[in-house]
Design a protein around this ligand. Structure first.
Ligand SMILES: O=C(CO)COP(=O)(O)O
Length: 261
């Protein structure tokens, strides 16, 4: 049985004061979801605050991005080694907001997937578990290209690092059309796509595929979390807006506990 994981992506939200309220609310109820893994992803400037608050609670933390380079003249970037310095457990890689809004191309205009693969390698080497986000755009969704888009990214990551790295990786299916829209994928749709992802990995290594956690992200809330998480190949959620309110996020984490029966 894969242990469910609920990840709260705060995106560019919060302040020292509001973070304290949110953290206190989550920590106060953490014994009600102790049987699942829960991780918080604050903006990098608040990493220290979150690390201090969560130390000893059993909750995990991470960041929303990392550089594909180790160190040097990369203004504004944060390396895997720096994240390891903060005992980060996880890092989000390839979130659609980075791909779309920040056009993560390198100087040779190489494809985005390659950058994702390089970041993935950096995090694995630093001992930080990557959560690789993939999903189709509204346009790709409309013309039925979901599986093609997902297969392309998965194959690039596997080709670059080998399937073995996926033993230390979490995948997140985040359809762009469901992010921040209030229009979540149906549980059936999420299950179909997650199953496709697992089967694609299984072609390379069935054992790794079976143990691989695949999260669903896109308008997860306290009403739809339980039906989504009840699907056999949905191993938890990557939550944006729903992770900014302690009561709402705690309910989503508790929904993941139901999956354990
Ligand atoms: O992008 C997401 C999490 O990374 C999902 O965001 P929402 O839950 O706000 O739709």
């Amino acid at each position: 049985m894969r242990k469910p994981l609920v990840a709260g992506n705060w995106k560019m939200n919060g302040s020292s004061a509001s973070n304290n309220v949110l953290l206190d609310g989550i920590i106060a109820k953490s014994d009600t979801f102790a049987s699942v893994d829960v991780a918080l992803f604050p903006p990098a400037v608040y990493l220290h605050q979150v690390q201090q608050a969560l130390a000893g609670t059993g909750l995990f933390w991470g960041t929303q991005n990392l550089s594909q380079f180790n160190q040097g003249a990369y203004t504004g970037e944060i390396s895997a080694l720096m994240l390891a310095d903060f005992d980060c457990d996880y890092v989000l890689i390839g979130h659609s907001e980075r791909r779309c809004l920040y056009a993560e191309l390198d100087l040779d205009q190489r494809v985005l997937d390659r950058i994702v693969a390089e970041k993935y390698e950096m995090s694995v080497k630093a001992g930080i578990t990557p959560i690789i986000c993939i999903g189709e755009s509204p346009e790709e969704h409309a013309v039925g290209r979901t599986e093609e888009v997902i297969a392309r990214l998965l194959d690039t990551v596997i080709a670059y690092q080998g399937v073995e790295g996926l033993a230390h990786t979490v995948l997140a299916y985040e359809p762009v059309w469901a992010i921040g829209t209030g229009r979540s994928a149906t549980p059936e749709w999420a299950q179909d796509v997650h199953s496709f992802m697992r089967q694609r990995v299984a072609k390379h290594d069935p054992t790794i595929a079976e143990s691989l956690r695949i999260l669903y992200g896109g308008s997860v809330n306290s009403n739809n979390a339980a039906p989504l998480f009840s699907q056999p190949d949905v191993d938890g959620g990557l939550v944006g807006g729903g992770s900014l309110n302690a009561d709402e996020f705690v309910k989503i984490c508790q929904a993941a506990v139901l999956k354990l029966g």
